[in-house]
Structure formats: structure tokens, C-alpha cells
Design a protein around this ligand. Sequence first.
Ligand SMILES: *Cc1c(COP(=O)(O)O)cnc(C)c1O
Length: 357
Amino acid sequence: MKKHNFYAGPSILPEFTKQKAAEAILDFAGTGLSVMEVSHRSKEFIAVMEQARQLIKELLEVPDGYTVLFLQGGASLQFLMAPMNLLETKAAYLNTGAWASKAIKEAKNFVGPVIEVASSKDQNFNYIPKGFVVPHDVDFFHYTSNNTIYGTEILKDPDVTVPLVCDMSSDILSRPVDVSKYNLIYAGAQKNLGPSGATVVIVKNDALGKVTRPLPTMLDYRTHIDNGSMFNTPATLPVFGCLQTLLWLKELGGITAIEKINKSKAEMLYSEIERNRMFVATVPDHQDRSRMNVNFVMSPDFAELEKPFLEFAKSRGLIGLGGHRSVGGFRASLYNALPVESVQALIDAMREFEKQN
Ligand SMILES: *Cc1c(COP(=O)(O)O)cnc(C)c1O
């Protein structure tokens, strides 16, 4: 049976990425060796790293003066690297969920007050705070563009007077971003780009070197910039996987094309949730709803049918629909690589389940 992968992360990858990885695991770039067993200093692998960095620049229209890196340690390590490298006086953070809260906790390890400008914790993070004020004298404003767990998303670059820093782990490359407004963008690869093990960092070069604290070598972005993202051994297989997804995305028409598809997939599913008497979306305000992670629950009259629906979905090949334990219900992750047919298969299952009950 065809499987439809709705996992939140690690998550679905394009067939192209899997096929190319499978080939390169046996014979990488005609070397007769596996991509897992060649030196990261070989010309073949350096070409992979350089092309992957270049394609991110091209697809996201990254301006001159920025460097793209593939680091390790996940977005979770960026929670501390970002303030360590950029926080000198004060920083402002928006608290929109568990990941944002973790970023705030790490920033508080560093001197320079961390101001939480607003939080949506009062309603279990089911909305994006509005009307908050970001002080003019902070070093940066940090936010999480897509809240993977709660299914909210900030679809527009915030309009503030200070540089932005953003955790884009779960919506990077899903829509256009004005990179020139950012000092730093980071994202774990495993949501929208490739296998886990690589972290994409896009950093503005001249935002660095301004903090007075000593920086350990590995935690200083300049170390990685100066060494072509190869100061130490990079995650070679994950970076290879990311490159394949980037090639796939370019071939498909890039960010403009994928954004159109992402919009239409999300609209299809939210419309069905609205129409179907058995389900309710957990994010009430339409403008706050994520295109990447669609969260919904059984409507109160059918609460006892949550497990049965998950079982029913699974029997039809719909995998990974269980909501995060802090929200419950269902979460359908509609990342770039998820085909429209999978969204349609979920909608068909919801309609069939409604008929049967
Ligand atoms: C998954 C996720 C993280 C954590 O990423 P790791 O790579 O596991 O550290 C952080 N932020 C967001 C928004 C995420 O979706």
C-alpha cells in the first residue's frame, strides 16, 4: 500500500532525494566508493558542500555579505550559539511555543537582558501575539517563524527597526523571505530539507565580531565561515541529502513555485476541517494558521473517536498523524516534499470516516 508520510520531523523527503542518496551510498560521483566513506576533503565532496551552500543562496536570494553554513547540533545548538555570537547589550524574543521558550532559556545564559516582548502561552500557544513592541535598542529580535508543535506560523518578515534572528527549522524554503532583514537564520535540516544531522545557518558576516565575550572556537560562526563550513568533519551524508532536495526544488521552479503548492495544500486541508462536522482546527485565527503543520482535534461530540480515526487513517497508509503530546489530536505536516495526492488521501479518509460515523 502507498504510504503517506505526515510525520513532523524527521519527515518526508522527495523521491528524488531518496533515489540519489541510495545510488550515492553505493557509488558516489563515480568514485566507486560510498558517499559515507569518502573524505570530506575529497574534491567530490567539496563540490557537494559548495553546491549546497550556493543553491541555498540562489533559492532564497541571499544577498552578498551573508554566509551559508551546514553545521551540526541541530536548531537546539543555535539557541545558544545565536546569543553567544550576537548578544552584547539586550535582545528581544517572541515566545510562540516550546521551541521559542527553549531559545529564550538559552539566551538567558548570557549577560545582556533578554526581553520577552509577548507570549501566547496563556492559550497553549494557539495564536501569534499581535501589537507587541520591540524596543529600538536591542541587538536583535528573535522569533520562530513556524511553530511546529502548535501549528502557527508568521508568514511575513516582522516589521521592526532592529535586525531579525529567526528559527526557521520547519518552514525554511517553503516561501520567500527577505534575508536582508536578518542577521541570522537557522534551521535543522530534518523538517523541510534533508535527513537529520545537518543544520543550515545563514549569517550576516558583519553582524559578527561585535561581542566582547570570548567565544570557544567551535561555537564561533567565524571559524566555520573561514573554513568553508569544513572546520571539522561535516555531516557528509545529510549534506548530500540536502543538496538533492535543493536540486529538486530548483527543478520544480524554486520558492515561488513551492509556495503556491504549499498554499493550495494547506487551503485544501483547512477547508475540509471547516466543512467536516467531526473535526475542529486548534488554531482559531485563520491568519495564524501554519501551512506546514496543520493541527486539528475531534470536535467535542466525537472526542472518543480520536484513536479510532488514527487507526482508520493508518489502515489507509496515512502515517504520522498523531498530534504532539502537548496538544493532542492530530497534526498533518505538509512540508515541501509532501505531494498534493497525500493531502487528498487524508481528506478522503476524513470524509469516509464522517460517513461511517
Ligand atoms: C524541530 C525543531 C527544533 C529542534 O530542532 P533540533 O534540530 O532537533 O535541535 C527547533 N525549532 C523548531 C521550530 C523545530 O521545528
